[in-house]
Design a protein around this ligand. Structure first.
Ligand SMILES: [Zn+2]
Length: 210
């Protein structure tokens, strides 16, 4: 869709100084609004989460082949990028879950530091733009206080529509959030508490500043 393509080209989309028409802003906000509805109703109604499946029941092909509704509109080839990323991610998980966590966390953390150095991330408002541009997911800061932030991610490249295998899957994304906020605000512990891997319909990260 045109409005999303223009958003992708607009690094300062979320800042008042930028040129974007209200329609574009409204349409993007609508995506977040709809996903927030899913998030809120899931927590409020204590919706029955999907039943845990064990690793042997996990069909990797269905994990590789996923269509993310908002990102397919941005790029019809989205499922190809997701498939490649997930093939690598799944291979690492199969080989060693703990090594995968360590490597992906650090990969995300280092990437965030580079993005801050390159000034692609200059403040917290740039985070949703970077996550959208890099097709990682739709990032939504749902709560901010003095020493804590709650950040959701919708249609996440790592876990959207993944089976509930009883663990979180989004170490790369957690690493980016932790690294970016460390540079912009200060040392923190970023933990993923909601995830498709746990049976949720979104990712939720808690950031506690030290
Ligand atoms: Zn997740």
């Amino acid at each position: 869709m045109d409005y999303i393509n223009q958003i992708l080209d607009c690094h300062k989309y979320f800042k008042q100084s930028v040129e974007f028409n209200t329609m574009q802003e409204a349409e993007y906000s609508e995506l977040i609004r709809e996903w927030r509805g899913v998030y809120k109703s899931e927590l409020r109604d204590r919706k029955q989460l999907r039943k845990k499946v064990c690793n042997t029941e996990w069909d990797p092909e269905s994990y590789f082949n996923v269509r993310r509704p908002s990102f397919v509109k941005i790029s019809p080839d989205d499922h190809k990028y997701v498939r490649t990323f997930r093939m690598v991610s799944y291979g690492m998980l199969h080989y060693s879950p703990s090594l995968r966590t360590l490597i992906l966390r650090n990969a995300g953390y280092d990437l965030a530091h580079r993005l801050v150095e390159k000034k692609e991330i200059k403040d917290v408002d740039d985070l949703p733009v970077v996550f959208l541009n890099q097709k990682i997911g739709l990032l939504d800061i749902v709560n901010e206080s003095f020493n804590k932030m709650e950040i959701n991610l919708y249609e996440c490249i790592s876990c959207y529509n993944a089976p509930p295998i009883g663990r979180t899957l989004c170490d790369f994304e957690a690493g980016i959030i932790q690294g970016a906020l460390e540079t912009l605000i200060g040392a923190n512990v970023t933990k993923e508490i909601y995830c498709f891997g746990l049976g949720n319909s979104f990712c939720g990260f808690e950031v506690a500043f030290e």
